[in-house]
Design a binder for this molecule. Structure first.
Ligand code: GLN
Length: 311
């Protein structure tokens, strides 16, 4: 009990310390649903594989998953279509460019996105989820995420979805380019609908931490003890989280924090201490690379203090 109190105190201290860094960042403003987020919010939840639970800060704040959803669309596409089909269409390498960059699409295999976490790759992945049309594909992904979060109430933020769709000129141009090259076989607008839907799924960091817990447990749901995701696919997802999960700051993050993680433009971060912890964080102010300023700072403190780096 004493130890639990000690960890809680440290966690609270690091949250308050890291929260101070939020002024250095900016909340994403490209759609109104994101611009309204509180700049100085910071919350973290941790689920242990042994059943322990910690939380601190603004853990009830709701936010949209945005790019964090790319981890789960990748997992579902792998489960639906298999490793071979997925990697015929999407590569395995980091780009070093912004997440929505179109720069490298014309390089190597024309049109084949470098990895599943840049927007181009995630759009192709959305098309590899099985289902009769965008509604069924989106529904299957939502159910998958609900299952991992252990919460059937998870749903979309319709306003974020709508404005995402209206302002998606760049994502639309990426998708049409992919279609032109034959990498995207499905209808462009239908595929984008699945992508915008997944970005607009609303969570809090406790739910995020529970999803991360399944990854920390190699795909086993720690409550039901069922293998809900094949271990190999979790291994693939975690590898991408290390190499591309924090966009083009993934190298620095590996050195500073050393954990598989995926961030989103709403300021969320999902991270995994393999075999030990599933972590969910929200801190809406972003640095120039699009990662939560306070969230990264918090993970840096915790990882260094509690010796979490996998390297
Ligand atoms: N919806 C966002 C987009 O496609 C997601 C990007 C992100 O979180 N980095 O632009």
């Amino acid at each position: 009990m004493e130890t639990k109190r000690f960890y809680q105190q440290r966690l609270d201290e690091w949250v308050e310390e890291s929260r101070k860094q939020a002024y250095k960042g900016r909340v994403a403003e490209y759609i109104p649903g994101l611009a309204a987020a509180p700049q100085h919010a910071l919350g973290i939840a941790l689920w242990g594989t042994d059943g322990q639970f910690f939380q601190s800060g603004d853990t009830d704040l709701h936010f949209t998953m945005q790019s964090i959803s790319k981890v789960f669309s990748l997992l579902l596409a792998l489960m639906d279509s298999g490793e071979k089909s997925v990697f015929q269409k999407v590569g395995m390498e980091p780009t070093g460019d912004d997440f929505n960059s179109i720069l490298k699409l014309e390089l190597v295999d024309p049109g084949k996105p470098f990895n599943p976490f840049i927007n181009a790759g995630a759009i192709v992945i959305a098309s590899l989820i099985q289902g009769d049309g965008p509604d069924e594909k989106s529904e299957r992904l939502l159910q998958f995420i609900r299952h991992l979060a252990h919460d059937n109430r998870l749903d979309y933020n319709e306003a974020v979805y709508e404005s995402e769709r209206e302002t998606a000129h760049r994502n639309r141009s990426i998708a049409y380019y992919l279609k032109d090259n034959g990498v995207l076989e499905d209808d462009v607008e239908e595929t984008l609908e699945v992508y915008f839907r997944q970005c607009s799924i609303v969570v809090n960091c406790k739910q995020l931490a529970h999803m991360a817990l399944v990854l920390a447990s190699d795909g086993v749901d720690p409550v039901t003890k069922q293998q809900v995701i094949p271990r190999r696919y979790v291994q693939i997802a975690k590898s991408f989280m290390v190499t591309c999960g924090m966009y083009n700051a993934s190298g620095e993050f590996a050195i500073e924090v050393g954990l598989p993680a995926k961030s989103g433009v709403s300021g969320g971060i999902l991270s995994v201490v393999p075999g030990k912890w599933g972590i969910g964080i929200i801190g809406p102010a972003l640095n120039s690379k699009g990662n939560s300023v306070a969230g990264v700072q918090l993970l840096r403190h915790l990882s260094q203090d509690w010796d979490w780096s996998i390297f």
